[in-house]
Design a protein around this ligand. Structure first.
Ligand SMILES: Cc1cc2nc3c(=O)[nH]c(=O)nc-3n(C[C@H](O)[C@H](O)[C@H](O)COP(=O)(O)OP(=O)(O)OC[C@H]3O[C@@H](n4cnc5c(N)ncnc54)[C@H](O)[C@@H]3O)c2cc1C
Length: 497
């Protein structure tokens, strides 16, 4: 169980003023910025150096001037650095939140007398229970024993402390000493990793207004709406959904082209700004009991409403090199990528009457050069004749490999045959990510596949909303629109309107 969270200062709580300032000084003096930065860092860290409070600031500037030939008074140079250590309000907000949940909050920083000065300019130390400054404790994070010293000073074992730093060396040393670690890269990934580490450490008996399962476009859009109604929202996502695989989305309003990853990262940032709690985890079960109980591993979270937006995953045939060309020239969704086959040599692979119909559709919309490959399905004679009339090639057989280096060139079959192609449209349907709904006996469509909902996306269970491909079309804009609709409706229900 984590009892304390220990933060680095520059690059985590504040902007990395040391690096930014030294880079500025290097450019001003016509020096190589990396070389100058490394020299300055090594000098400040040398045995008996400034960062461990064994020598003073003017000695460090003098040596740095001598070593690198830079100009400027101590006063001018230090100001260039200090003014760049700007405290990040969003990080202080995290610190306050964690403290209010009963965790001990510490800072472990390789700093100097500057830290106290910065605290006077932009107060932050009041938010920390303990501040360990290398200048005062005479040990930097280059010495691995500093991590155990800090834990002992907190009266905690290393495994009870979570350490956050943007420097990979510090992270490696802290981890080696047994602390839990987060390598800080950006706010979004930090918040997600923080939730993951703190799960089980913070009592969570809160009843959320809504738990949203799945941080794709549907879940995120719902989260943004509910967050902006100031509702208590928990968004749970296991990571790596379908949208994050979409490299070029060209059909989303106002975005000429955007990747799925960008949509998700921006959406998460936007939702967090409206105080949505985002947690990494896999939902294993949803139980209807005094509202809802949502199981993530051993842990149970409670809410008044649930939105399920967990999407699906396509069935991809086992063909060598599929993932090499996936999304570039191997496609699975006509609405998403049909357009990208325009005028190209196209092969459609599938194993059903839908695949035959897809061949006619693709020819009508995108390209005259279509070959249909069916693995073993035998279409009715009338369809075979129509394929011939339309000039669509038809092959029965099992492809095993896609040939091509930079570009797709051909499809090879198990009997060694090869057919030339520039693009492939695969048509093997997809599965829903819905295992955790199994016990709920929700109403499904005639095929027992998709869920039946009303026009606000409420399923046959009151209070449980289902969006996206689980209930209808599989498009970003549609999932997002459904998320907004469900959120507006849930808010009305919370208001009792
Ligand atoms: C290669 C590719 C290209 C595409 N191109 C386009 C395009 O150009 N235009 C377009 O509009 N659409 C495109 N799409 C489709 C688009 O990605 C989907 O319509 C969209 O993903 C649906 O959004 P969603 O929110 O319902 O689900 P998703 O985006 O699939 O998100 C669901 C989330 O739920 C999570 N999850 C699943 N199960 C659980 C669980 N048990 N617990 C916790 N979390 C869980 C997943 O990890 C995922 O993060 C493309 C899809 C793919 C794969």
């Amino acid at each position: 169980m984590i009892r304390a969270v220990m933060f680095d200062f520059g690059g985590v709580i504040a902007e990395e003023g040391f690096w930014l300032g030294l880079t500025h000084i290097a450019i001003q003096n016509g020096k190589d910025s990396d070389g100058f930065f490394n020299a300055a860092v090594e000098l400040i860290h040398k045995p008996g150096g400034y960062v461990v409070g064994m020598s003073d600031e003017s000695a460090w500037w003098n040596e740095l001037r001598e070593l690198t030939g830079i100009y400027g008074s101590d006063q001018k140079l230090r100001e260039i650095i200090l003014e760049r250590f700007v405290v990040r309000p969003e990080m202080l907000q995290v610190v306050y939140e964690l403290r209010s949940k009963g965790l001990v909050i510490a800072m472990l920083s390789d700093q100097t007398n500057w830290l106290d000065e910065l605290d006077e300019r932009m107060p932050f130390s009041h938010a920390f229970d303990h501040v360990f400054n290398s200048y005062k404790i005479h040990k930097s994070k280059r010495d691995p024993s500093v991590f155990r010293d800090a834990c002992s000073a907190l009266w905690l074992k290393p495994e009870e402390v979570l350490f956050i730093d943007d420097n990979d060396g510090n992270i490696a040393r802290a981890k080696h000493e047994g602390l839990n670690v987060i390598h800080f890269k950006d706010m979004v990934s930090f918040r997600v990793e923080l939730e993951e580490h703190l799960r089980g450490s913070i009592p969570d008996d809160k009843i959320y207004d809504c738990i949203i399962i799945g941080a794709g476009p549907g879940g995120l859009q719902a989260a943004i709406y509910l967050g902006r109604y100031n509702r208590q929202v928990l968004l749970i996502d296991r990571g790596g959904g379908r949208t994050s695989h979409a490299r070029h989305i060209e059909n989303f309003l106002t975005q000429k082209v955007i990747s799925g990853k960008e949509i998700i990262t921006l959406g998460m940032e936007q939702a967090m700004n409206f105080n949505v709690r985002i947690m990494k985890g896999t939902v294993l079960k949803v139980i209807e009991e005094a509202g809802f109980k949502v199981n993530v591993g051993e842990k149970v979270y409670r809410s008044k409403f649930v939105i399920v937006s967990t999407g699906g995953r396509e069935n991809i045939p086992e063909i060598e090199n599929v993932y090499k060309f996936f999304c570039e020239s191997f496609f699975t969704c006509i609405d998403c990528d049909g357009y990208r086959t325009t005028g190209k040599k196209l092969v459609i692979i599938g194993n059903s009457i839908q695949s035959v119909r897809l061949a006619f559709a693709m020819k009508q919309m995108y390209t005259k050069d279509v070959t249909l490959v069916l693995f073993f399905y035998e279409p009715p004679d009338s369809y075979i004749e129509e394929l011939q009339d339309e000039g669509i090639g038809f092959i029965k057989g099992r492809p095993t490999k896609i040939i091509g280096n930079e570009h797709m060139e051909a499809l090879e079959f198990e009997d060694g045959r090869r057919i030339k192609c520039e693009v492939i449209m695969s048509n093997f349907g997809f599965k829903l990510n819905n295992e955790f709904l199994d016990g709920l006996k929700l109403k499904r469509d005639g095929k027992g596949f998709k869920y039946v909902t009303d026009h606000n996306y409420e399923s046959s269970m009151k209070g449980l909303y289902i969006l996206g491909p689980l209930t209808g079309h599989d498009q970003v804009v549609i999932a997002a629109g459904e998320g907004a609709t469900a959120a507006i409706e849930i808010n009305k229900r919370l208001l009792d309107l």
